[in-house]
Design a binder for this molecule. Structure first.
Ligand SMILES: C[S@@+](CC[C@H](N)C(=O)[O-])C[C@H]1O[C@@H](n2cnc3c(N)ncnc32)[C@H](O)[C@@H]1O
Length: 205
């Protein structure tokens, strides 16, 4: 496959992504690590990294053009607290993210797989969030957002059943607005189409 090369200093090529990668050394500081799965074109992580200059962000997507655009955006904003990886999220975590190291996990508008027979392909389900929690430190945030009613309600309903998490939006299971949380490219697109976003926010105990 011919991939457009990504030359940004904020892009981490796969040969750097080995077990035991030292994130503290790589970012040059011991700030908490936040991980965005499926960063798309980087609109969200650029805003979030500006809002949280004291967090380090790893933005992952297996879509090359998305990584390229994300890098252009963060280079333009001159953000030292973001690195981009062109990786399948689960493979990458298994290899490069130490257990109990993440301050936040963010998943915005994952592919909804709208057809009933494809629902099993959805990234976010109880099993996956349980797996993610292994990588989260105590107090870490889990943010999920979707425009897809059925996906939003599903996540909102299984989250309270998961041991080890508390609902940061209680008593609401989800909200359609989340103050202080930037809007991603897909969120803006869906809002423009008159849809509502489901925001879910939990904290690891
Ligand atoms: C619908 S787009 C949303 C992009 C962005 N989060 C937004 O809200 O604008 C979903 C993105 O997730 C990426 N993606 C889906 N599954 C992934 C996985 N397992 N690992 C890494 N990226 C993934 C896709 O390549 C795509 O760019």
């Amino acid at each position: 496959m011919n991939l457009i090369p990504i030359t940004s200093p904020r892009f981490l090529p796969s040969e750097m992504l080995t077990t035991g990668i030292n994130w503290q050394q790589l970012f040059g500081n011991p700030n908490p690590l936040a991980f965005e799965i499926g960063c798309g074109t980087g609109d969200f992580v650029t805003q979030m990294a500006q809002l949280h200059p004291d967090w380090n962000f790893i933005a992952a997507d297996y879509y090359n053009k998305g990584c390229l655009k994300t890098c252009k955006r963060i280079d333009k904003a001159d953000l030292e607290n973001v690195r981009v990886v062109r990786e399948e999220a689960r493979d990458f975590m298994e290899r490069c993210i130490p257990r109990t190291s993440l301050r936040a996990v963010i998943i915005n508008c994952p592919d909804p797989w709208p057809k009933k027979r494809h629902r099993k392909r959805r990234l976010v389900n109880a099993e996956f969030v349980t797996y993610l929690s292994e990588f989260m430190q105590s107090g870490a945030d889990f943010f999920f957002a979707t425009d897809f009613d059925d996906y939003g309600l599903d996540v909102a309903q299984f989250m309270p059943e998961l041991a080890g998490f508390e609902n940061a939006l209680a008593p609401d299971l989800y909200r359609h607005e989340l103050s202080g949380y930037p809007l991603s490219k897909y969120m803006l697109k869906f809002i423009g189409e008159g849809k509502q976003i489901y925001f879910v926010h939990y904290r690891k105990r």
